[in-house]
Write a protein of this length. Sequence first.
Lengths: 162, 277
Amino acid sequence: MISRAIKYVIFTVILVILQTKLMRLLSLEGITPDILTIWIVYIALKEGQLPATIWGFCVGLFFDFVTGNFIGLAALTKTVCGFTAGYFYNENKTTSMLSSYRFLIVVLVVSFIHNTAYFIIYTRGTDIGILQAVLQFGLATTFYTTTWSLLPMFAFARKYLS
Amino acid sequence: MQRLINILLIFKEYVVLALLLIVSLILLSLNDNNQIRAIRSYTVGFIGVMQDALSIIPNVFELKRENEVLRQLNVNLSNEANLLREARLENIKLRAMLGLKEHSTHSFIAGDVVGKSLLLLRNTITLNIGEQDSVRIDMPIISEAGLVGKVIATSVHYCTGQLMFNKDFRASAKIQRSRVDGIISWDGGEFLKLKSVAKTQDVREGDVVITSEYSNVFPRDIRIGIVAKISEKTGSLFRDIDVKPSVDLSSLEQVFVVTMMRDTERTLLEKKITPTK
């Protein structure tokens, strides 16, 4: 239990560094894939709703403090992200969920909810309207993030189905 | 108790979610950027509508008491207005004799306090007057007792006022008797603080503190409060002065927004000569 928590902390630190330093290099038209959302979906499918909610908050808060930009926003949206992803948790179907297209669907749904909340708040006080924030930024980031979740899905398929 | 714990355990996911969302929202509200200002503005509008809707329920006993207080106040003010009229005529005559420029006068917009937040370090009030009534950001808010604060956010029908008991509040002030200048602010304690007053300057307990003509936001000579306590810290060049505000912010119900706008020409000139980093 403790060793797993330590493993999650180490992964979180690595992924936050990757998200802040590396992922911006992969951005298309200003849209960056959110690997932290994929990570929280993984935790939710592996551990359940309650741990995913708490991990979502911790990951988001850590990301907020690392970026120093709008403290609390990622914590809020990643908490919602963990909670929503937790609804797809099934103790007996963890491996089949992670290694099939169902993982992509969960990432798609959760990412859309996360990005909608994130960009609606993030674009207030600017000329960008709510609809534009959801469609232009929210949907684009959702699809780009879902595309990136193919990588862990293939890795899990290789690990669990071989 | 055990039953409550059992219920909480059943809904533990929702309880944890609610707690984490509350923590996140508190963290969000601590930011001071465009997004949060815009969200505050929407919230002010929404809360204003709600509180306005609830305020139609009349409180008969409160109205009777208020009526008595207002009648008494009316008598006092009529008396004072007569004295002031005399003083003003005399002042105009003397100023004309000395060739001094007349102080600018401002009009007032009356508003009711429809919401208060007096629990945090950034205390605010919500008024039922807004952009439609010509209320703008940075306009001073006063009551019959003295300075209350200034407008920091507006919507069409409502505005939010930053009270003097707010960590972000600053106002140029002076001692009415000795004309000693200082800055009024609040450190989170029981009283306001008059800062930047050197130990050598003439300040006594009971002195009246008023707004100074140096302020670009507040009109001059508005009563702020009285000096309640003066203490001297060793190793500091300045006095530690506590000021008790004239306005009882906890029982504030009606206020006036002064239609005074920041003098942009003066601000630009002062910015131009202020050294930057």
